[in-house]
Design a protein around this ligand. Structure first.
Ligand code: SOE
Length: 388
């Protein structure tokens, strides 16, 4: 008998849609016991949330998230709202005994994130943060290759996350869709929005980041605020570059901006180790590039004229997640990263081995983000305080 997983989806924007799609498709692809039931969609604007609920098939709507969080017919609260609301909703949901899934970044800052971790741990409720890029099969394969010891001693980690949608000074800040430009709602700019993804992936693949030094820039200093109707100072970082030291002795460089003309969602990383390197680019998500350096193989010398980067098409059933989808050579897309994340979460509940990143794990990413912003303010190296 399938177990119901009754969902309250808080927020109906981009992430409300991405997460809802995952709930709807879970049982079509993954052999799990739980069956998501779309119980309630929540948003402040009744008309808009009703339209969302009708499109995605939610049974009812609420305009006050507290009612949904406390509803007896809800098992899981999913937070897809702007960053400044994550803290209060997550803590209330945990105290009501609900499972809590939260969009990234976990919180506005480390203080909030720590309180959220405490709440879910005290309540003992399953929890996860939607760092969806871990669930790109190519990135999950990178993790497997590293864990198999094929990269050897790591020296360099290089990440970029580039977009271009805020170059025009005419783009307003604040309100629906543009809250990411309002520092009071988002907490930060590219650091929390984009680099949080890069940092999560980096620490998953290459371990804890211990120290950072950063430089941020705000290129457009004032923008019209959609909510107040006034031109107001811009408080977010439009671009952020930082150097990092990893606990394993390797060095990292991270670059993120929303001012890279032509780059829409250019999320890349490269890891260089003594025995090999890996490269990933989200614009070609079905490929992982791997350079394998072998000194000697069963007594034979390396045939150096044949060495080179391998571009692995990660669509075989042996590749992470792919056995649940189509035949080798056929691809999956962005929306499947959320579906894979949800499947991992549900399998984690069913096996008793909770999936990552949970709130505690995402707190480590928050620590790096806060250290980056502090370093940009002070111009100094800052210790991250990430758990080792
Ligand atoms: C910002 O433009 C954004 O939508 C992020 O908020 C997402 O996390 C990222 O995956 C795509 O870009």
């Amino acid at each position: 008998m399938a177990k119901e997983l009754r969902v309250a989806m808080i927020g109906y924007g981009f992430m409300g849609r991405a997460h809802s799609n995952a709930y709807k498709r879970l049982n079509d692809f993954f052999p799990v016991e739980h069956r998501p039931v779309l119980k309630v969609a929540v948003g402040r604007n009744a008309e808009k949330v009703k339209a969302f609920a009708d499109t995605w098939g939610y049974e009812r709507i609420e305009t006050d998230w507290r009612k949904a969080v406390e509803a007896p017919d809800v098992d899981l609260v999913d937070i897809g709202t702007p960053n400044d609301t994550h803290h209060d909703i997550a803590i209330a949901a945990a105290r009501a005994g609900k499972m809590v899934l939260c969009e990234k970044p976990l919180a506005m800052n480390v203080r909030e994130a720590e309180e959220m971790v405490r709440a879910v741990e005290e309540a003992g409720v399953p929890n996860m943060v939607w760092f969806n890029y871990r669930r790109v099969p190519s990135i999950a394969l990178a993790k497997q290759i590293i864990d198999e010891g094929r990269i050897g001693r790591p020296f360099h980690y290089r990440a970029t996350y580039l977009q271009d949608w805020t170059i025009s000074p005419e783009v307003p800040q604040g309100g629906a869709a543009l809250w990411r430009l309002d520092v009071n709602v988002a907490g930060s700019g590219v650091t929390g929005d984009l680099l949080a993804h890069s940092i999560d992936t980096a620490m998953w693949l290459n371990g804890p980041i211990t120290r950072v030094v950063a430089r941020t820039e705000t290129f457009v200093k004032e923008r019209l605020h959609q909510v107040t109707g006034k031109v107001e100072p811009v408080g977010i970082d439009d671009a952020c570059l930082f150097l990092a030291e990893f606990a394993n002795g390797s060095l990292g460089t991270f670059e993120s901006t929303r001012y890279a003309r032509g780059r829409k969602n250019f999320n890349t990383f490269e890891l260089n180790g003594a025995d090999g390197s890996l490269y990933f680019d989200l614009e070609e998500p079905e490929y992982l590039q791997f350079f394998e350096y072998k000194q000697l193989q069963s007594g034979k010398k390396t045939e150096s004229h044949l060495t080179g980067w391998r571009k692995i098409h990660t669509t075989n059933s042996e590749h992470p997640y792919m056995k649940y989808y189509w035949v080798p050579g056929t691809c999956i897309g962005y929306e499947h990263t959320f579906l894979n994340a949800l499947a991992d979460f549900v399998m984690g509940i069913e096996s008793g081995k909770p999936t990552q990143p949970d709130f505690r794990n995402a707190l480590q990413t928050q620590r790096v983000c806060d250290a980056v912003l502090e370093s940009a303010r002070t111009g100094r190296w800052v210790q991250t305080g990430v758990e080792l």
